[in-house]
Design a protein around this ligand. Structure first.
Ligand SMILES: [Zn+2]
Length: 331
């Protein structure tokens, strides 16, 4: 187990090591696991992240599985993968860090002299993203949310968007979800876009575990992306995607709860709903319906709250657009 350094990676072998990110109270260091391999031939540098949110586990399993399938002798370029990025949050099985309360996916590009989460973001940005030709960030719905298995990309006519779209098609998830620029701040993808690095992320139902089918989809997606980027020989093994969606992917601006209670949705993921249609209700302990949430626009249900009890103002669900509807609405 070596101290990770991208510059010092030996050619033609697989390396596992640790990236030191911030001091711990016990005098040790918070450190992130790194699985890397520099191929025998030159080529792009692909960075893959898992568990940026500490309760999202698909990438934690998919990354070492993909790593096991790489033969350094036939690899063009460099693959660097961090299966657990927010390690304090992962230890506590929480979305955000219990140490400083921060959501790692809201603090990129981070702070060199910041708190633990800000330092993790800074280390990933400076040591990895800055040297990357492509970034893949593996997320899921975690404990609180349910999201269909999908690959998300930058929906834009510029070169970065077009490279992101082509990579999303190669990745091979059942659903593609494009997000028009500008990206909301603080995400790994926003830091990547600022650095001019094309990028993808994923989602999956999550739920406090990792479904084998989603782990398999993400493992295959990593290898497909490497074939697409010319790092591995062959063409991507891409099953036809069933749905292509475009809209704002910002889970901070979802439909929120007008009252506290518990949530009972009346729709399922990927249902097509029409403006004004009831989507679910908030109830109290006596069975009274406190509020009914309705669709603000026509679209597809892309996120549903899974966590039962709801504080006022918390996210309940999100509706987005089919590609054809998005293009028809665009001026
Ligand atoms: Zn996430």
């Amino acid at each position: 187990m070596l101290e990770f350094s991208l510059d010092a990676l030996p050619e033609g072998v697989k390396t596992t090591g640790w990236m030191q990110v911030a001091p711990r109270v016990d005098g040790g260091m918070w450190r992130l696991p790194v699985l890397s391999v520099r191929g025998s031939k030159p080529g792009p540098t692909l960075v893959v992240l898992g568990a940026v949110h500490g309760d999202e586990y698909e990438g934690v399993e998919a990354i070492p599985q993909a790593f096991a399938e790489i033969d350094p002798a036939v690899l063009n370029g460099t693959l660097v993968m961090v299966p657990v990025c927010n390690l304090p949050a992962y230890e506590a099985a929480l979305r955000s860090s219990p140490v400083d309360g921060l959501n790692l996916a809201r603090v990129f590009p981070g702070q060199v002299d910041g708190t633990v989460t800000e330092r993790i973001a800074h280390a990933l940005t400076e040591q990895l993203f800055r040297h990357a030709d492509f970034l893949l960030d593996l997320h899921s719905g975690g404990v609180a949310y349910e999201i269909p298995t999908l690959v998300g990309y930058i929906h834009d006519d510029g070169e970065l968007g077009q490279r992101s779209l082509a990579a999303a098609q190669a990745f091979g998830a059942p659903v593609m979800w494009g997000h028009p620029l500008p990206m909301p701040p603080g995400r790994s993808l926003s830091a990547a876009v600022t650095l001019g690095v094309p990028c993808l992320y994923t989602e999956a139902p999550g739920g406090g575990s990792a479904r084998p089918a989603d782990v398999a989809c993400f493992r295959r997606g990593i290898l497909n992306l490497m074939r697409h980027l010319g790092m591995l020989a062959g063409t991507p093994e891409t099953p036809a995607h069933s749905l292509h969606l475009v809209g704002d992917g910002n889970l901070d601006i979802v439909t929120t709860a007008p009252v506290a209670g518990y949530f009972r949705p009346s729709v399922a993921l990927l249902d097509f709903v029409q403006r004004g249609e009831p989507l679910g209700s908030l109830l109290d302990f006596f069975g009274n319906t406190l509020a009914t949430v309705t669709a603000g626009a026509d679209g597809v249900v892309i996120m549903l709250r899974r966590l039962h009890r709801v504080h006022v103002g918390e996210g309940l669900l999100q509706v987005t657009n089919r590609l054809e509807d998005y293009l028809a609405m665009r001026p």
